[in-house]
Design a binder for this molecule. Structure first.
Ligand SMILES: Cc1cc2nc3c(=O)[nH]c(=O)nc-3n(C[C@H](O)[C@H](O)[C@H](O)COP(=O)(O)OP(=O)(O)OC[C@H]3O[C@@H](n4cnc5c(N)ncnc54)[C@H](O)[C@@H]3O)c2cc1C
Length: 461
């Protein structure tokens, strides 16, 4: 069969699996699936919106038989090209958005993959429970997508990323078989840890249809939220280092630069004070005095402590809104997501600042600084070859310097197509070719026909 015929056959047979109203094969609706939130693009042939795991399994079986590439999609908020591709079928999981159980004794939530993170936390809140990992896209991203990306967020400095909160998964394998991996238990070490293999697998090993997530009681005492203005990135880095040396562990430790905050003020109609560097901190009451002392010693120009919940929410929204405010400029972006050892943060921030000046490239920086996770966002113009070339070169240097420092090219956003070259460089530099080979063999073992999100991530290295 030719490629065209294969897609026609797939399209003809899929309607016996999902209803025709849940198949999108043309028009603007289809175009919406051809792009992610950093403007990576692909040519999607058709979208299927299954309602349950059985339908997912049947359509994967069909794709396996016809060797049709599949891309699982949740909120589509990926920024690395992971959720788009050429000549592929998208499996949109957002109809599978049921919270199946909130277990108040065993402290887990059993959910379908298409549940949106904020939706989950709103339900949990009613029971005095919560799920800590909080990507800034939590209003839009799904459990399945966040598991597949191994997502992080602001509270991860204290509570860890998705890697620390997934107990078990139900997965449709590339041959269409449905399996449950892991156990909804606080402890379980029976067999190889397949759950962690799926966390951060970027849809390349199978489609997640359900998850059992660890949950905890909501804190009885709210931390105090601080919005701290500093005169330099260096002093912000110094404050973070000193807080750690003093064994202070805020539950949020975020950084934004002047440009980010100015954009947020402009695009979100806020009037927050601005300086070269701003830290957003959630500090336990017992640590307030020592934190203020450290911030003053780091030349903080202003320390604002939220007076009420509304102000605390405003500070949080400002940080969470940075990326969308940057996108609001209409400029093209390349988003990085490096993590460097925290004792090298100051060095790394200085490097990024100098790089922007040296290459005359606009780089806006924010990040989950308490984790050493820095998000340099390069602004450029795709239509201008020189601008694109300079941006790509700056992106390469940002990745390579992190690798050289012993860091990683991705802390949470993943690899997709964007960072394939640097994933390879990092693994070869830090782990060796045997490790890369093992990873490639794992992909082949799970997906011998290469139908799951092909041409990306480890397979493409
Ligand atoms: C404004 C904004 C802020 C962000 N902030 C953060 C942040 O703070 N921290 C962070 O980590 N990320 C952040 N991101 C990136 C992104 O939102 C996260 O990676 C998010 O978890 C992706 O979820 P999603 O449902 O949108 O996944 P999608 O974009 O739909 O998919 C992402 C990847 O997961 C795969 N996938 C999706 N669903 C499934 C499934 N059910 N089974 C198997 N594979 C699947 C896809 O094939 C793709 O490879 C941000 C993005 C934006 C736009």
């Amino acid at each position: 069969l030719t490629e065209k015929n294969i897609f026609s056959e797939f399209a003809a047979r899929i309607s016996s699996i999902v209803g025709s109203e849940d198949i999108i094969s043309s028009g603007e609706k289809l175009a919406e699936y051809s792009v992610d939130m950093a403007d990576f693009r692909g040519k999607i042939m058709l979208v299927a919106r299954p309602e349950n795991g059985r339908e997912v399994s049947e359509l994967v079986k069909l794709a396996n038989e016809l060797r049709v590439p599949l891309i699982a999609r949740g909120g589509g908020s990926s920024v690395t090209g992971a959720v788009v591709g050429d000549d592929a079928i998208v499996v949109d999981l957002t109809r599978m958005n049921r919270i199946l159980k909130i277990d108040r004794v065993n402290w887990y939530a059993h959910v379908e993959a298409g549940v949106i993170l904020d939706q989950l936390n709103q339900e949990l809140d009613k029971a005095g429970l919560y799920f800590p990992p909080d990507p800034a896209s939590s209003f839009l991203c799904t459990v399945g997508g966040a598991v597949a990306e191994g997502s992080g967020g602001m509270r991860c400095v204290k509570f860890g990323t998705f890697k620390d909160w997934v107990l078990a998964l139900k997965v449709v394998l590339p041959n269409g078989n449905i399996v449950k991996i892991g156990e909804a238990l606080p402890k379980n070490r029976a067999g190889y840890d397949l759950v962690h293999l799926f966390i951060g697998s970027e849809g390349t090993l199978g489609i997640i249809t359900e998850a059992w997530l660890k949950i905890i009681p909501s804190p009885t005492e709210k931390p105090r939220r601080m919005f701290v203005l500093l005169d330099s990135w260096e002093n912000a880095g110094k404050a973070i280092l000193t807080l750690r040396q003093s064994r202070v562990l805020p539950s949020i430790m975020e950084f934004v630069d002047r440009e980010s905050l100015e954009l947020v003020n402009q695009k979100m109609e806020m009037t927050l004070p601005v300086d070269e560097a701003v830290l957003l901190l959630d500090v336990d009451e017992k640590d307030i005095t020592v934190t203020e002392k450290i911030l003053q010693e780091s030349q903080a120009r202003k320390i604002l402590v939220a007076r009420d919940d509304d102000e605390a929410q405003q500070f949080y929204n400002a940080r969470a809104g940075v990326y969308l405010a940057i996108r609001g400029t209409g400029k093209d972006v390349m988003v990085e997501d490096v993590v460097v050892p925290i004792d090298m943060l100051m060095d790394y921030l200085q490097f990024v600042k100098k790089l922007g000046r040296r290459m005359k490239v606009e780089i806006i920086v924010g990040g989950h600084i308490g984790d050493g996770n820095v998000h340099p966002v390069i602004l450029y113009d795709k239509q201008n070859r020189n601008s694109q070339k300079a941006a790509l070169q700056a992106f390469e240097e940002i990745c390579r310097y992190a690798i050289k420092m012993g860091g990683t090219v991705t802390g949470e956003h993943g690899v997709g197509t964007q960072k394939v070259k640097f994933l390879r460089e990092q693994i070869l530099a830090h782990n060796g070719s045997d490790v890369l080979q093992l990873m490639k063999e794992l992909k082949r073992l799970f997906d011998p026909k290469g139908i799951m999100n092909p041409g990306k991530y480890v397979e493409a290295c």
